[in-house]
Every structure is written in C-alpha cells, then in structure tokens.
Design a protein around this ligand. Structure first.
Ligand SMILES: Cc1cc2nc3c(=O)[nH]c(=O)nc-3n(C[C@H](O)[C@H](O)[C@H](O)COP(=O)(O)OP(=O)(O)OC[C@H]3O[C@@H](n4cnc5c(N)ncnc54)[C@H](O)[C@@H]3O)c2cc1C
Length: 644
C-alpha cells in the first residue's frame, strides 16, 4: 500500500526492536566501566594513567595550530558580540577555515589536519572556555556532522568526494531529530524510497538541525517506507527539494544556525548511501557514541573558567568584614568547584587518551563523561552565578557600561544548559549505560525473566546457562580483597581505590539483586537503574582522579601535591555520595513518587495550579502533530494547562 510521503507507520514494538538491533553489541576490546558492572575492578585498564602531553611534548604542527587559533580567538572574536547579534561573523568563520579548523579530525590524505582525539579535544576544551556558539559550530560539523560517519562507515568513494570539501570549510550538519522523535529516533518518519534506477527519493522534515541554515552538506537518516529500515545518506543542501523552513532560536547559543529542514522528493544518488542499507540508525548511534567526547572536554574548559572567576571574585569582594570566599558557605562552594573540576578533567582526559590508544572500547566511558561532566559543569556554573551575586545575573555589556569587568556568567549559563539535553540527554545516557549494566545478566538469565518463554525453555536455560555462570560469579563478587595493603603504591590515596574496589563488587551484586527482586519490571525501574549508573560514574571518577594524581606525582610535576589534595577531597565527597546511593537503592520513595506523578499527569493535582497566569494551551495542543497511523494518546486533562 502506498504511504503518504514522509509518513511511515512504526509501532512501539518495532521501534524498540530496531533500537535494540541498532545497539552496538559487540565488545571486542575491554571497557573499564563494563567490567565494573560485572564486579571486576580492572585498575590495569586505567593505570598507569596516560597523562596528556605537555605543551613542549606536543607535535609542533599541532602546537602551531593551537597557538594560532588561541591568538585568533583572543584578538578577533568577541563572544558577547556573537551572542548579541545572534550571528557568526564572516571574518571568524573565514578565519577558522583558513586555519583548517573545519578539518581537524579529517585525515591528512583527505585534506584535513589529521589531529588525534587528544589534540582535537584540547581544542574543544579551549572553545568550551571561550564561546559556546563556536564550540557548537565546530562540534556539530565534525564530531557528528558528515566527517564523522564517513570516517567510520563511508565508502572510499564518498570519503574522497566529501571529506576534502569538509576540510576546506564546507559546513556540515547531522539531521536525525524530527518533531515526533527526539530521544527515540527509531520511530523516525523521513522516508527514503528506492527508485527503479536504484537512487533514493527523500521526503520528510528534520527538526533542530545545528548548522542547518549554513550547511552545505547534511547527514540525513531516513527510512524505507516498504521495509521500514533506516539508512544514512550524505545530502547536499543545494539539491532540489531541500528547503530551510525555519531558523530556530534558543535560550542560549543565540548564533546557532539551527534549522527545520524539509525534504521534498529530493533525489539522492545511490552512492551517497553511507555504509549498508538499513544500518542508518546504527550509524547514527555509533556516530554519537564516537563523537560524544567533545561536550565533556568542552565542559572542562567551562568549569576552569568558572573556577578562575570564583577564585578572583571571592578573594576580592569584601562583605561583612572579610572576602566572601572566607565565609564558610562560599568557601565550600569554591572547594567543590576546584575538586569537581579536577575530577572532570581526570575522566575526560582519560577517556580521550583511551580513545586514541584504540585498545579500549570507550562507549560507556564517553557516555559517563558526557553525563557526569555536564551535570557537574551545570552545578558549577550555577554556583559561580551565586558567588558573583548580582553581577553573575547582569550581562557583560551592562557590567562594562558601568565600568566593571565584563564577565558573562549569565551568557555562559544560557549557552551551557543545552549540553544536558542534546547529543543524548542525561536521562538517555543513564538508560544507555543501564542497558549495558544488565547486559551480561540478560544474556545469561534473560529467558528466566522473559514472560514469553515457556517453562521448558526456562528450565533448560537455568541448568545450562544460569547455574554454571552464577555458581562461580556470585560468590566471587563477595570474596575479593579491597582492604589494606592493596593499592599501597598510591600512598595516602590508596584507601579511595580500596573503596572503589569494594564498591565495584557491591555494585555488581546490586545489579544482580535488582534483577532477582524486580524481574522483568527492572527495565522500568529507572530510579533504581539510574542510581546504579550514578554509582558507576562516581567510582569511575574516583579511580581516574586517584590515578591522575598518582601519575602527576610519578612524573614529578610541580602541581602533584596540590593535585593530590584535590583528588583526596573529591574522593571523600564521592564516597559519601556512593554510600547514599547504595542506601537509596533499597530505601526510597520511588513507588510513592511514581504514583503521585501519575496522578499529577492525570490532572488530579491541577487544583494546585490556581492563582497563575499563562500557558492557556490544552494538553492536547502541546502535543506535536501525531504520526500517521498512530492514534493520538488521549490527553490526560481536557482543561487548559495551568489555567486557574
Ligand atoms: C539547540 C539544539 C540543537 C540540536 N541539534 C541537533 C542536531 O544537530 N541534530 C539532531 O538530529 N538533533 C539535534 N537536536 C535535538 C536533540 O538531540 C534533542 O533535543 C534530544 O535528542 C532530545 O529530544 P527531545 O528534545 O525531543 O526530547 P524528548 O525525547 O521529547 O524528551 C523529553 C524529556 O524526556 C526525557 N526522556 C525521553 N525518553 C525518556 C526515557 N525513555 N526515559 C527517561 N526519560 C526520557 C528526555 O531526556 C527529556 O528530558 C538539537 C536540539 C537542540 C535544542
């Protein structure tokens, strides 16, 4: 039956199946976090900690680029101006082009600079400290835009055709999201119908495509209306039928060239298919998995700027007879910011180095870095605003006009917030990690909790798979040794690694206990699963922090003793959080909260929304246009939302 162009019916079950099939399941190389979920504290995977090269140790070619870029940013770019005008100045984009910044990650044989991950991320760190708009421009172009999927999956022909263009500064964008599909792209609707000649006809509309209004090249994910399989294509923005429908504007990142793009009978040549047909979602998810280190590295730059702002301001600003930084409430915030910044850099640098070495699978580590660093950086920005007081809330131009130092904390806050939402929201990062946390258990014991499996199959699996695995795995998760004198070479910080080792085994037991107690319902117990992920992330940060401090000492670096102080403080704070998280696994208000939320959603607490103005839309009107073939969910309340 012919489908309406751009509309394909996809059931929830089909979408779930596709999402699962598109998951990167193979673990060819070890992962520190994956081992952690199984109760194996594989210190050997992260220790000795690979310190990034010092300025003197860097490749001269990279150093020259970095110094020139830094100089250009310092002298030619005004982030407040970019924010105020909401546009990228031509001279800035051209300047970046001339430096080769659009080809940093593109191999030299295709005209790029061929930077390593460590080099590229050092640049993203710099941008993160300076301007969110430019970070987003470059990151959308080469962390997820055309160069990344082509590098990972593109044919030689596609690489030869497009990578030199990207390197020369033709801007690219990544088009996955649609009005109906954000976090669950498996239900995407844009269609790619195969023509008798073997080309594809693209129809549909993509939302929030970063760089969309200025892009020359797009990666577009679309599905075959017959087979429902999703494929990925390189699409040229100048082709007939590609139209910018709208430029989107946001709370921050005011210059973001973000677009709604429609595709009407766009003819895509067969050779512009990236990878194999039907692998589009896997390509999109792998691209995101691989490109995910830019945001956490940029976040480290942001956190460091905040640290500097707070250090200077809290030492200078005198209230109630002493600098505000000496009042305990503010002092604690400053200590938190310093300790968290050290930990953020420890995990981001570690995952980045691991990515370059290629000996590890860093999907989970990259997700942990993205989730953890964006959570911490947002907190740090919030505290920086608090420490700056009214000046934190005032715009930098207004401060300058009054003769004060133009420090744009409010701009930083507006620009930063999106990092917890795009390229995999915090919740989706948790879900992604939680799925991997239970993976081995699902493999071994999945049939036992699968309601679709019969008793005979369950019994066979119990005897053949579960019993042999758990008979040795479970007792050994109790029997490891995480006490003195283990890890003695880490000196005063050894206790934190011992805690991490013990907690790793405890974490894996908790994953198992969760499966036993909650059975098939575990997949819906997000609060439980997210706590497990939070524990893993804290333990990852603790381990990275201790190993980094140790490596700095081993390398005889001047800052080693100071780093050990921050590492120790961070680990102490983290241990309290881990203990609390473990406690909350089994003592919490999860069920009660969920029930209350359902009643709120059903409108039973709309009585509380009295005495307010605004948001007169009904719940139904808040929904995006429903997908063809899917009955719209009945709106929970028929009355205007928020109407008094
Ligand atoms: C400024 C900006 C730039 C962007 N750039 C691009 C781009 O270049 N290319 C592109 O393709 N997309 C882009 N996006 C889209 C972005 O990736 C999505 O916003 C993101 O994937 C979340 O989708 P959503 O906003 O539709 O939220 P929804 O999916 O509707 O989710 C709403 C909330 O529910 C949570 N949630 C959703 N599902 C679950 C679940 N199963 N369990 C728990 N919580 C859940 C989410 O985390 C979120 O908090 C951009 C968006 C913005 C705002």
């Amino acid at each position: 039956m012919a489908q309406e162009p751009g509309k394909v019916k996809v059931s929830e079950a089909e979408a779930m199946e596709l999402a699962e099939a598109s998951r990167q399941k193979e673990w060819r190389r070890p992962s520190f976090l994956r081992e952690m979920f199984l109760g194996n504290f594989r210190l050997d995977l992260v220790h000795p900690y690979p310190l990034p090269p010092t300025d003197e140790e860097e490749r001269p070619e990279f150093r020259a680029f970095y110094v020139a870029l830094r100089e250009m940013l310092r002298t030619e770019v005004d982030p407040a101006e970019i924010d105020a005008t909401g546009e990228y100045p031509d001279h800035v984009v051209d300047g970046l082009r001339k430096l080769g910044a659009f080809g940093m990650k593109i191999p030299k044989e295709y005209g790029g600079l061929g930077f390593s991950q460590v080099e590229y991320q050092k640049v993203m760190h710099l941008f993160g400290s300076f301007d969110g708009n430019l970070s987003a421009l470059l990151s959308a172009h080469q962390s997820i835009g055309v160069p990344q999927p082509l590098k990972l999956f593109g044919s030689e022909e596609l690489k030869t055709k497009y990578l030199p263009r990207c390197a020369a500064g033709e801007i690219s964008a990544f088009a996955l999201t649609e009005a109906q599909v954000g976090s669950d792209p498996a239900r995407l609707q844009t269609s790619a119908e195969k023509t008798p000649e073997g080309d594809y006809l693209l129809n549909g509309e993509k939302l929030w495509c970063t760089n969309g209004t200025i892009a020359d090249l797009l990666v577009v994910m679309a599905r075959d209306p017959e087979t429902k399989k999703i494929s990925a294509f390189v699409v040229e923005a100048g082709w007939e039928g590609v139209k910018i429908e709208h430029r989107c504007h946001f709370m921050g990142l005011r210059a973001l060239a973000n677009a709604v793009i429609s595709f009407t009978d766009v003819r895509v040549p067969a050779e512009n298919l990236i990878g194999e047909e039907g692998r589009g979602l896997k390509i999109a998810l792998s691209t995101l998995n691989d490109g995910r280190l830019s945001i956490p590295n940029g976040s480290v730059g942001t956190a460091k700027v905040c640290l500097k702002i707070c250090r200077k301001w809290a030492a200078e600003r005198v209230q109630w007879g002493k600098p505000v930084g000496e009042h305990e409430a503010i002092a604690h915030k400053i200590a938190d910011i310093a300790a968290y910044t050290f930990a953020m850099e420890a995990i981001a640098d570690l995952a980045t180095q691991m990515s370059d070495r290629g000996a590890h699978d860093i999907r989970l580590e990259a997700a942990a870095c993205k989730e953890w660093n964006t959570f911490r950086a947002w907190q740090i920005i919030d505290e920086t605003m608090q420490i700056r007081g009214g000046r934190g809330y005032e715009t930098e131009r207004s401060l300058a006009a009054r003769g004060e130092e133009p420090i744009g904390v409010e701009r930083m806050m507006r620009d930063y917030r999106i990092n917890k939402i795009f390229e995999g929201s915090s919740e989706i990062m948790h879900l992604f990690m939680a799925r991997e946390a239970v993976d081995k258990h699902l493999e071994v014991a999945g049939s036992i909790i699968d309601p679709k499996k019969g008793m005979e199959e369950k019994a066979a699996d119990f005897l053949q798979k579960m019993l042999p695995f758990y008979a040795s795995w479970y007792p050994t998760r109790w029997l490891g040794w995480g006490r003195f004198p283990r890890f003695q070479e880490f000196g005063a910080l050894a206790g934190h690694l011992r805690f991490a080792e013990r907690s790793t085994r405890r974490l894996s037991r908790a994953v198992f206990h969760g499966m036993v107690v909650h059975g098939p319902k575990l997949q819906n117990k997000q609060a439980f699963l997210f706590r497990l992920v939070d524990v893993a992330n804290e333990l990852f940060a603790t381990t990275a922090t201790v190993c980094r401090a140790h490596a700095l000492a081993e390398a005889g670096r001047d800052e080693a003793a100071k780093a050990a102080e921050l590492a120790d403080l961070f680990c102490r704070m983290s241990r309290r959080r881990v203990r609390a998280l473990f406690g909350e696994l089994w003592s919490n208000d999860d069920v009660r909260k969920y029930k209350t939320a359902k009643r709120v959603l059903a409108g039973q607490h709309a009585w509380l929304e009295t005495g307010i103005l605004g948001l007169e839309a009904t719940a139904r009107e808040l929904q995006p246009e429903p997908v063809v073939g899917e009955a719209p969910e009945p709106a929970p309340v028929d009355r205007p939302v928020g109407a008094s």
